[in-house]
Design a protein around this ligand. Structure first.
Ligand code: KIV
Ligand code: ZN
Length: 512
């Protein structure tokens, strides 16, 4: 006998709260479609009341996604909850997730509310939300550090009001597995109506234990929903990572005895999409999705794997979307082969026009690079520098000159609202000169807080993927660009970051 573990993905809400990871509405929609392909049960699409931009993102995801439940976060007040319900109106399966802090520290110092006021507010909010949608999740923020008697009182009351899911966040990543698992168990045992709700875990990774804590919440505590993010994206050290928790439960089904809906072969494509959209690079030794996750470097391991794969492999790389056949396409490959490869990689482009545009970029790349790898294709389809209708800046061309002993010089041609301009500058190196050339026109005044280059498929022949993080007036954004020429990739990344700086509205922080 097994039962099911619900996977609740909060990449687009808690993940997006990570400084620099904020996404546009279209980016969120694209990731939501990919999450639906991955078959996550619940997508937390955003925090509708936090800004008009987030409201629109939640709304467009709710209107587009039919299979997964769509959830919006809402503080425990009528305005937030009404905004969430409004954004979710078109959803096939809407869920409102309302929260209020219950730890003594948060109630006193942050909310300046008494425990009795928090108790009343919790009840009223769940009652209000239940009049708007049938599926209501309640989270006592900083729940793990809350007084257990008080927490039992609040949770019993909100279940009575009709909360369908009770989520117990370890908001600050303070828990350790055994204690967290037992905490959930105690709550379920002590609350008389605990069987009327599904219990959920939500762990942050400050001590590197978010996945372990979540698993303990499931195994010891009996939780049947896990809240997680792709690549463990999230504030500070991030959240519980979806790919790790899913593969742990799947690989050790003998131990957990739980079933999942997730279609694991889409994991890698989803990880790449989130990384390329946010600019948060995945470390090579990251479990499941890191470049080295299935690479056997030592002679002894390679020998063992060649004789029998299960000597050193506990999961099959193909099961999470890594392909055996790494060199996939070249200059002579046709549109059908390209389209088939996109399908194999789990990438579904929205329209035939999008396929044609991606194929044109593929041909252009194949002219410059003989072997096209899966990673190149994934970078190509999520290339942010491609001119989009509503974007201010788009890359056109670049030339630069650098020579030992001379100061490099660059000219960059790009469009500003469709009009072509050219910037010229010198700089410490060709990248510096190129970005200064752009800045000579734009005058954004933004401060660069991160610049990183990685080789997409691991050799000097590969495309370089550049991440640029800019900060301006308290806002932090990431831009990503890919090209075989890393100076061009840098210019593309810089323009992409400038576009994001232009389009971001201020928002209310969920934990604010
Ligand atoms: O970590 C946390 O407490 C949260 C809540 C808003 C659920 O993200
Ligand atoms: Zn959180």
């Amino acid at each position: 006998m097994t039962d099911k573990l619900i996977i609740f993905d909060t990449t687009l809400r808690d993940g997006e709260q990570s400084p620099g990871a904020s996404m546009t509405r279209d980016e969120k929609l694209r990731i939501a479609r990919q999450l639906e392909r991955l078959k996550v049960d619940v997508i937390e699409a955003g925090f509708a009341a936090s800004s008009n931009g987030d409201f629109e993102a939640v709304k467009s995801i709710a209107d587009a996604i039919r299979e997964s439940s769509i959830c919006s976060l809402a503080r425990a007040n009528d305005r937030d909850i009404s905004r969430a319900a409004e954004a979710l109106r078109g959803a096939a399966h809407p869920r409102i997730h309302t929260f209020i802090a219950t730890s003594a520290l948060h109630m006193e110092k942050k909310l300046r509310m008494t425990p009795d006021e928090v108790f009343e507010q919790s009840k009223l909010s769940v009652r209000f939300a239940r009049n708007l949608v049938a599926d209501v999740e309640f989270s006592p923020e900083d729940g793990y550090r809350s007084d257990v008697d008080f927490l039992c009182r609040v949770l019993e009351a909100v279940i009575k009001e009709g909360a369908t899911i009770i989520n117990v966040p370890d908001t600050v990543g303070y828990a350790v597995p055994e204690l967290y698992g037992n905490f959930i168990k105690t709550l379920r045992e002590r609350i008389p109506n605990s069987d009327k709700a599904i219990w959920s875990v939500h762990c942050h990774n400050d001590l590197g234990m978010a996945v372990a804590n979540s698993l303990a919440g499931v195994k010891i505590g009996g939780a049947r929903q896990v809240e997680c993010t792709i690549n463990g994206l999230g504030e500070r050290a991030g959240n519980c990572s979806l790919e790790e928790i899913v593969m742990a439960v799947k690989t050790r089904r003998d131990y957990f005895g739980l079933d999942l809906n997730i279609d694991t072969k889409h994991i890698l494509a989803t990880s790449r999409m989130v990384s390329q959209t946010t600019g948060f690079v995945v470390q090579p030794n990251k479990a499941v999705v890191g470049a080295n996750a299935f690479a056997h470097a030592s002679g002894i391991h390679q020998d063992g794997v060649l004789k029998a794969r299960d000597t050193y492999e506990i999961m099959r790389a193909e099961d999470v979307g890594w392909s055996n056949n790494k060199i996939v396409l070249g200059k002579l490959s046709g549109r059908n082969a390209f389209k088939q490869r996109l399908q194999d990689l789990g990438v579904a482009l929205e329209s035939e026009a999008d396929v044609n545009a991606a194929f044109a970029r593929f041909k252009e790349l194949a002219d410059r690079k003989s072997d096209i790898f899966d990673e190149d294709i994934l970078a190509l389809v999520s290339d942010e520098s491609v001119a989009k209708d509503n974007e201010q800046y788009a890359f056109v061309s670049l030339s630069q000159h650098s020579e030992t002993g001379e100061r490099p010089h660059a000219s960059v041609v790009f469009t500003v609202e469709g009009r072509e301009v050219r910037g010229d500058s010198d700089g410490n190196g060709p990248v510096d000169a190129s970005l200064k050339a752009i800045e000579s026109h734009v005058n954004s005044g933004a401060e660069m807080v991160l610049y990183a280059v990685t080789a997409i498929s691991g050799s000097t022949e590969s495309q370089g993927e550049v991440t640029v993080r800019l900060q301006n007036s308290g806002r932090v954004v990431n831009g990503v660009g890919a090209d075989p020429d890393i100076v061009v990739a840098s210019a593309k990344a810089y323009l992409s970051a400038l576009n994001k700086l232009q389009s971001k509205a201020d928002r209310v922080a969920a934990q604010g």
